[in-house]
Design a protein around this ligand. Structure first.
Ligand SMILES: Nc1ncnc2c1ncn2[C@@H]1O[C@H](COP(=O)(O)OP(=O)(O)OP(=O)(O)O)[C@@H](O)[C@H]1O
Length: 199
C-alpha cells in the first residue's frame, strides 16, 4: 500500500531526517510520536507527495487523504459540497458520510455555521469519503478540549475499523497512539530516525 525508503531530508545545511524505511499495508495504522520540531510533519509531507525535495523514494497506490491539525474546509461551500467537490463523491455518498459522523441534517450549512467540533467531523468525513488507500492524520485532535478530543478519538476508532485503509497518525499523545494504532514508532535524534515501539 505504501513503501518509504528515505535516505535524507535536508533544509539547507541541516539534515532533518535520516535514513527511514518502512512499509504499510491496508488495515494497519502506524502512529508516529516525537517531540515538537523533530520532523513529524516534514515526514508526513514527503509521504503525501507534497514535498519532493528529498533523497530517497516513496511509492503509494494513490493520492492519500490528509487530515490536518486545523480543518481545511472551503468557506463558501456547504458541508455537502465540501465533500463532493473535493473528493468527487456523489451527493448520496457524501450525505451518508456526513450521517456516519453525526452531521445528518447539516448538509447545507457553511463551515462558519458549524461548531469547531462539527468542522472537525466534516474534515474527517471528507477524508474517508475519498475512499483513500492511504490516510494521513497530522495531530487531528490537538487543541481540542478533552471531551471533544475523546469524542473525535472514538469516531476515528470506529471509522478506521469500518473502512479498510492504511493510516499514519502523527501525534504527541501516547494514549492516542495506543488506542488507534496497530503499530507505534517514535521519531528521534538529529537527523531523526524512526524507532519502533512495543507495548
Ligand atoms: N520550510 C522549512 N525550512 C527550514 N526548516 C524547516 C522548514 N520546515 C520545517 N523546518 C524545520 O525542520 C524541523 C522539523 O519540523 P516539523 O514541522 O517537521 O516538526 P514536527 O515534529 O512536525 O513539529 P510539531 O510537533 O511542533 O508540529 C524543525 O526543526 C523545523 O524548524
Amino acid at each position: 500500500m505504501m513503501d518509504l525508503d528515505l535516505q535524507e531530508k535536508r533544509f539547507g545545511d541541516v539534515a532533518v531526517l535520516g535514513p527511514i524505511r518502512f512499509s504499510l499495508e491496508r488495515g494497519e495504522t502506524l502512529a508516529i510520536e516525537g517531540r515538537s520540531g523533530i520532523g513529524k510533519t516534514t515526514l508526513l509531507r514527503i509521504i503525501a507527495g507534497l514535498d519532493r525535495t528529498f533523497a530517497g523514494r516513496v511509492s503509494r497506490a494513490d493520492r492519500p487523504a490528509i487530515v490536518f491539525q486545523e480543518p481545511t474546509l472551503l468557506p463558501w461551500r456547504t458541508a455537502l459540497q465540501n465533500i463532493t467537490l473535493v473528493t468527487g463523491a456523489s451527493p448520496a455518498r457524501a450525505g451518508a458520510a456526513l450521517a456516519e459522523v453525526g452531521l445528518a441534517g447539516l448538509e447545507d450549512r457553511f463551515p462558519a455555521q458549524l461548531s469547531l467540533g462539527q468542522q472537525r467531523r466534516l474534515a474527517i468525513a471528507r477524508a474517508f469519503s475519498a475512499e483513500p488507500d492511504l490516510l494521513l492524520l497530522d495531530e487531528p485532535f490537538v487543541s481540542l478540549d478533552p471531551a471533544l478530543a475523546e469524542d473525535m478519538l472514538r469516531l476515528t476508532e470506529r471509522l478506521l475499523r469500518d473502512h479498510p485503509v492504511a493510516a499514519i497518525l502523527v501525534t504527541h499523545s501516547t494514549d492516542e497512539a495506543r488506542r488507534l494504532a496497530t503499530r507505534r514508532a517514535v521519531l528521534e535524534g538529529r537527523p531523526a530516525r524512526l524507532r519502533p515501539l512495543t507495548g
